[in-house]
Design a protein. Structure first.
Length: 287
């Protein structure tokens, strides 16, 4: 008890505190920031020094975000925060096998609104001793009602007026939040792209993925299917693989992910802005 009191006096409650349970530590983050601030790192160092965090115990790490931002961005943000704490604990000598769970739960649902958010929800919980039961992943939203097939095909993608290095933005390409899996509603647009590639055998393209909703980071979004920070790249690759499976020569195609580095709308002030930035573009490499 005396050790905890010394730490509290030195660093105060602004960055980290113990939750109501004595075996959970709460690490607080700055608004929309996925990385540990100086006070948080110093506090974790102190916990390791006073043998609160020791190598031979198990730990569960759960990240959260407050209600500011979109659901997709908050899932990514909370996972980034959990990953940041995991990496820091490993730097303190805790072995990877002793970290049982690292997950981002997204935003904490609260019946409130406002521009300031709820600071206590910008946190990561470190559960000493691990979790008794695996944390269930955040449930995906129910898929939208399927669009019924139309009698006539959608217009073909027109490349006749495009020059080398110009881009086409693919409309009606849909992915689940945090996923690179293409939804069924995208089939018609993808098929039209395939027809263009088939009808123009000398056409070479670069498939370029972009995402929305991240701030203060140079990382790509987190792909929950692949469990890696390559969401925009993996979405572009999914289209590349679709065309390859249809018989398009891979030498005519390349793919790349740009994360949030090339937004069309910034800052993102609305759902429309986010949807504008969340896109896949086809760049003409050669005709």
């Amino acid at each position: 008890m005396k050790k905890y009191l010394i730490i509290s006096i030195l660093l105060g409650p602004a960055s980290i505190s113990f939750a109501g349970s004595s075996d959970t530590i709460r690490v607080y983050f700055d608004l929309a920031v996925p990385t540990l601030n100086t006070s948080a790192m110093r506090y974790l160092d102190s916990l390791a020094y006073y043998d609160v965090l020791v190598p031979n115990k198990n730990y569960g790490i759960i990240g959260y975000a407050d209600y500011l931002g979109s659901e997709e961005s908050n899932v990514t943000l909370s996972q980034n925060r959990a990953d940041a704490v995991q990496q820091y604990l490993q730097g303190l000598g805790i072995k990877p096998q002793n970290i049982e769970t690292v997950t981002g739960k997204g935003e904490v649902n609260r019946d409130m609104a406002g521009d300031e958010g709820y600071p206590e929800d910008r946190r990561v919980d470190i559960v000493i001793g691990g979790l008794k039961k695996p944390v269930k992943p955040r449930s995906e939203p129910k898929p939208p009602v399927k669009i019924p097939p139309v009698e006539k095909p959608a217009p073909k993608i027109d490349i006749s007026a495009l020059e080398k290095d110009e881009v086409i933005r693919l409309e009606n390409i849909f992915f689940l939040p945090g996923s690179h899996k293409i939804r069924e509603e995208s089939t018609e647009t993808l098929f039209n792209l395939y027809i263009v590639m088939k009808d123009h055998p000398t056409l070479k393209i670069s498939i370029e993925g972009h995402i929305c909703c991240l701030v203060n980071t140079t990382h790509d979004g987190y792909d929950y299917d692949a469990q890696e920070y390559r969401l925009s790249e993996n979405r572009a690759r999914a289209i590349y693989e679709y065309l390859a499976e249809k018989g398009i020569d891979k030498n005519r195609m390349a793919y790349k992910g740009f994360g949030i580095s090339k937004p069309l709308k910034w800052p993102e002030r609305s759902q429309l802005d986010e949807n504008t930035n969340r896109r896949v573009e086809i760049r003409i490499v050669d005709k």
